[in-house]
Design a protein around this ligand. Sequence first.
Ligand SMILES: Nc1c(NC[C@H](O)[C@H](O)[C@H](O)CO)[nH]c(=O)[nH]c1=O
Ligand SMILES: CC(=O)[C@@H](O)COP(=O)(O)O
Length: 161
Amino acid sequence: MATAFHNLSDYDPTTVPNASNMKFGIVVSEWNENITGGLLEGAIETLKKHGAKDENIITKLVPGSFELTFGASQFLKNTDVDAVIILGCVIKGETPHFDYVCAGVTQGITDLNRTSNKPVIYGLLTTNNMQQAIDRSGGKLGNKGDECAITAIKMINFFGV
Ligand SMILES: Nc1c(NC[C@H](O)[C@H](O)[C@H](O)CO)[nH]c(=O)[nH]c1=O
Ligand SMILES: CC(=O)[C@@H](O)COP(=O)(O)O
């Protein structure tokens, strides 16, 4: 279902478990920080809304979305987080570079989910233009960061990781 028909921040809060005993790693890209900052704010606010403690939300920056896989991998190898959320925004330019960055991150995060026993949540915006990114990072179509926070909480609860 397209985001236009399902706001990214719409969910039934009664279906979301308490996150007070959960620990989260968030990797966020500096590229398009006007967008990724909004994604991060939404994710943290939503995690805390459902009980997550400040000290249990660890955030790390990476320069660009292509580095998100490495950041997530480091969380998985070196920390005791229960889930990792990656947040980035790739906006199409004049060359095929967009396709390669998006495909690389998607494959990298998919591989981590396949090989790790902790979920890595896919918070990558891949948009045609800046307005589409604005709309999905706290704008009229909601906030992808909110969606990722809820997904992380549910995955930890569903699989008891
Ligand atoms: N054009 C965008 C990039 N490009 C940078 C890459 O992600 C990467 O950091 C670089 O290729 C060095 O490895 N990154 C974004 O996050 N968003 C873009 O729109
Ligand atoms: C996703 C990108 O790297 C892209 O924004 C770069 O822009 P361009 O393809 O015009 O070099």
